[in-house]
Design a protein around this ligand. Structure first.
Ligand code: FES
Length: 166
């Protein structure tokens, strides 16, 4: 005697198969989109504290470039990024500028324009900043360069978070 109650029709089988395949495809497309949306929330600098970047003896009153490694951990993997700061002594203070231009985010260099050896220069759109990070009026940047928090211990310079200058 045939058991028709548990029989799956060809139409039902096709529907289940298409739903399954569609579900896999949707998951495959949505996963990267969701990750991209929440990644900044998950991204955490390994150490929200301070990172050693160099020796205080190397500082002068002229901004000097220091490159250092930062470990970035997100929910899936850990990676190393190179970060940069321009650091100099200002009497008893140490100033550390972020190299990221406040116009559209290009990288600025101290004395990058030989005609203006006492300013930061952004080559993307001819942006200029004074030594203290103040944006030069009538050039594209609309705000001063950000600064790193700075600490010194046993002759080593440590940098912390980047703080926008109001
Ligand atoms: S990005 Fe620096 S001047 Fe435009």
């Amino acid at each position: 005697m045939p058991d028709n109650d548990n029989k799956v029709t060809r139409r039902q089988f096709l529907n289940y198969t298409l739903m399954g395949v569609g579900g896999f495809m949707a998951a495959g497309m949505l996963t990267p989109m969701i990750r991209a949306a929440i990644d900044p929330v998950l991204k955490v600098k390994e150490d929200s504290g301070f990172i050693p970047v160099g020796d205080i003896k190397d500082l002068t009153n002229e901004p000097k470039r220091f490159d250092f490694k930062v470990t970035v951990q997100d929910a899936w993997h850990k990676s190393e990024e190179t970060n940069t700061a321009w650091i100099y002594k200002d009497n008893d203070k140490i100033i550390a500028h972020s190299p990221q231009c406040k116009h559209l985010g290009c990288v600025v260099n101290w004395a990058g324009d030989p005609n203006k050896p006492n300013q930061y220069f952004c080559p993307c759109h001819n942006g200029y900043y004074e030594k203290d990070g103040t944006n030069v009026p009538n050039t594209p940047p609309i705000a001063p360069l950000d600064r790193f928090e700075v600490d010194v211990k046993d002759g080593t310079i440590y940098l912390g978070k980047i703080i926008p200058v109001a």
